[in-house]
Design a protein around this ligand. Sequence first.
Ligand SMILES: [Fe+2]
Length: 284
Amino acid sequence: MTTGEVQALLDGREEALADLRDDMTANFARGPGAILLRGLDPAVLGEACFASVLARIGGWLGTPAIQSPQGERVARVERRADDRTARGTFSNAELRPHTDLHDILALGCFRPAASGGESVLVSARDLHRAIGHDDPSLPADLVKPYAWGGNPALRSADRPRPCLPILFPPDAAHGPQVAYNGYFLRRGADQADGIFARFDAIAQRLADKTLFRLMPGDMLFWHNWSWLHGRMPFADRDDRPRLLFRLWIRSVIAPRADPALVELGQRMDEDHRITSQWEKHGHE
Ligand SMILES: [Fe+2]
């Protein structure tokens, strides 16, 4: 970002940000659907201001969804040694390439790890090509629908979960897209472990070539269905733990390969609302 854009963001002068906003929406509507904004200094902004700038930019692209029963729309991603229910968000473990459940994702790097924690983005385009090359019989299995399971730490309505293909081949309206999360798919009804493992192996091989490091102040936005994301394990220094802020954004800017993809995010939102109600009013 230019110094002028950074200042306009801090001053809340939206009219001075029209070019940046147009660049971002065009990137998602017609471009690769991934963009890194650099120029903010988190040490000057502080956590609350940095998080609110991230949310404001995310609002240009769509509607930030809630990410917890507490209703947070900007979530903290940090290691919490005492939290046993959370998966990647509060651990320092490696996260293998996957998609989440909403259309656009964002991570703002407030403070990187002391070591490790490199990020990964693997494009669905590269993945589609590599799968066809490395394991030619796999695409036929990946275009079949698989049932997604839920997060056992959340409460949930008792009805079937979405069933979706993992791979969506390109067509006239969009490039290749992908919906893959080993955690949720292995908790689904289909348990196709052999297929998931073959997919994991190819995605991991590509991920190893695309590691990059988010610097303090960096804000990364990407189209969830066009890119798998992940990260390497990391180690913190006690007094300066790694801290990212995250958005899950519902957005129609980039075409969805299948309208049913929206159901994954809707179901996650519903589980958070139901869990929140249950925690407030108790189980009857
Ligand atoms: Fe994720």
